[in-house]
Design a binder for this molecule. Structure first.
Ligand SMILES: [Zn+2]
Length: 184
């Protein structure tokens, strides 16, 4: 294979080797290691479009790791663990399939989307979220009863239920009903 001359310095020759390419992601520079054509003389790096895409993906993953987001590799692994195609996964998250493809190619997902993905791909996160929601709603339930006691009754589990009929004079019955709700 004929040796290629460097287009940058015109004197050195290009050799395939491992090199670090600096890439800036959202204002932060990352050195991404990749095997590419490098000039022996001036260090100029020549990248194929495929290599450029790979570098961008790796740099985005460095940023994601720094900020606690799921990386493109993790995203793909989570999707595959659910046995879903990119289209299935997009439907599951209620986003377009193009978004799923872009995230796996390297585009960084929003923080709220990262959280939704964890919620819909990790049973432990889903269970922890359910536990928190239960905790919050049960902490709020007595306050709801106190504020609008004539509108709520509770089941034996303490869940507010809406009565079939609203009392004709709610304000008159408020104190008596409130007392009843707390006892119940
Ligand atoms: Zn050169």
């Amino acid at each position: 294979m004929p040796r290629t001359e460097c287009v940058n310095c015109d004197t050195g020759f290009m050799t395939r080797k491992e090199t670090d390419v600096p890439v800036t992601v959202r204002g932060k520079e990352y050195l991404v290691p990749i095997e590419a054509l490098v000039c022996e003389n001036c260090g100029f790096v020549e990248l194929e479009p495929k290599e450029t895409a790979e570098i961008m993906r790796r740099a985005a993953d460095c940023y994601r790791q720094d900020h606690g987001y799921l990386t493109s590799t993790e995203l793909r692994a989570r999707r595959q663990r659910l046995g879903m195609t990119q289209k299935d996964f997009a439907d599951w998250l209620k986003v377009g399939v193009a978004s799923v493809k872009r995230w796996e190619m390297g585009q960084i997902q929003d923080e709220c989307m990262d959280e939704l993905i964890r919620l819909k791909t990790d049973p432990e996160v889903a269970e922890e979220t359910a536990r928190k929601v239960r905790e919050l709603t049960s902490a709020q339930a007595p306050k709801l009863l106190w504020r609008e006691p004539w509108r709520f009754q509770t089941t034996t589990q303490g869940v507010p239920v809406i009565p079939e009929r609203t009392p004709a004079q709610p304000h008159v019955q408020q104190s008596r009903q409130a007392e009843y709700c707390y006892i119940a």
